[in-house]
Design a protein around this ligand. Sequence first.
Ligand SMILES: Cc1cc2nc3c(=O)[nH]c(=O)nc-3n(C[C@H](O)[C@H](O)[C@H](O)COP(=O)(O)OP(=O)(O)OC[C@H]3O[C@@H](n4cnc5c(N)ncnc54)[C@H](O)[C@@H]3O)c2cc1C
Length: 394
Amino acid sequence: MTKATTPIVDFENTEYAFAMKSDEALKKSAWLFGMMSNANLVNLGAKATLLALKMRLPITWAIKQTIFEQFCGGTTLLECVPNIDKMAKYGVTTMLDYGTEAKQTETDFNKTMRSINTAIRFAKDNDTVQVVVMKLTGLMPFDLLAKLNNGEKLNARESKIFQAGKKRVDSICYVACENEVQVYIDAEESWVQNPIDEIAMEMILRYNKKQAIVFNTYQMYRHDRLAYLKKTARIAHKNNAILGAKIVRGAYMDKERARATRLNYTSPIQISKAKTDKDYNESLTYCLSNYKRISFCAATHNAESSLLLATMMEKRGLERNHPHITFCQLYGMSDNLTFNLSKAGFTASKYLVYGPVRDVVPYLLRRAQENTSVTGDIGRELKLIKKEVKRRKK
Ligand SMILES: Cc1cc2nc3c(=O)[nH]c(=O)nc-3n(C[C@H](O)[C@H](O)[C@H](O)COP(=O)(O)OP(=O)(O)OC[C@H]3O[C@@H](n4cnc5c(N)ncnc54)[C@H](O)[C@@H]3O)c2cc1C
């Protein structure tokens, strides 16, 4: 007779996954994911939303009651507190992401920097918030990053603006280091990513001497990123720094492919999902093999990758809450992974986006598109929510 073994973590436990949600909240989520599964509706809705915002039509209220409530923590840090506290009750920690994107003015960039620094101070005083997030395009102009990425020289005025942006990033990393809070730098489109990587690496070498404070993001849907991860790990090691690495698959695939076709260059994206998955899992294996020198975060909604990492940790006999290994999902998605990983003793976190409704719309539209079914199949979120609604009825 074969001996029954307890699974390391049970991702099918919807009771625990959605314990934080009332019956009413769960039904609302089911309705929302049902709507989002319709590709035509999402595409039409995205266009209508952008147009309505451009025309300054009063639709922010409707957005806030629906998709914003599902995927965001609040419009301000203060508004996020009840959500942070609710998750903390289940051992789930929070990564604060002030979600403004594509800003243009120095005033906006400074405002974003101040908000992130406030979040760092908030995190310092709150045990369940260990990480804050930044997007470099929220702190300096996208166009300048694109120019640098393209190998173009900046003129004197542009150079000054770029240096001011870099100073903002440095100031955030400095405040993070002083307060011993980690700061994750998001990965963006490939046509701005080289200068983002350069700045991230500079910050890692400066601030990660004693512990990992600054983390860069590696998008495994790019065919060159596994090699880049290994290269930066070697550079960090040579410079006596700990590499901070957030591993993702990548959020801009359609945009990347469309641009490559339009401008007639080879797409940086892997030729298949299987290749992305292979590099994703290999990157986790690599980070785990070097866990003393790499502090890393498996930022994914993919159950196989999450289980793979959990299993590999177990095989190595590592503590489940090892300070160098974190699992993370976006708020409003894959609660079955986050909450059950936490239940099993792993460090599980939620990326909690917050900010004014208008500013987080690009983020919300990416979430809607991600949850759209092209094939007509029921999405994984909706499937889980329906399972839990049914279980509660019994
Ligand atoms: C905490 C957190 C932080 C994140 N931060 C970032 C960030 O900084 N930058 C960023 O770009 N994204 C970020 N993402 C989003 C992430 O990159 C993915 O878009 C998203 O999580 C879906 O991928 P998955 O690993 O969850 O798993 P899955 O759902 O298994 O994979 C879907 C992903 O696989 C890839 N893929 C799908 N089809 C193909 C194909 N035909 N060929 C090649 N690849 C394919 C795409 O990347 C797609 O998004 C983050 C996600 C999380 C959870």
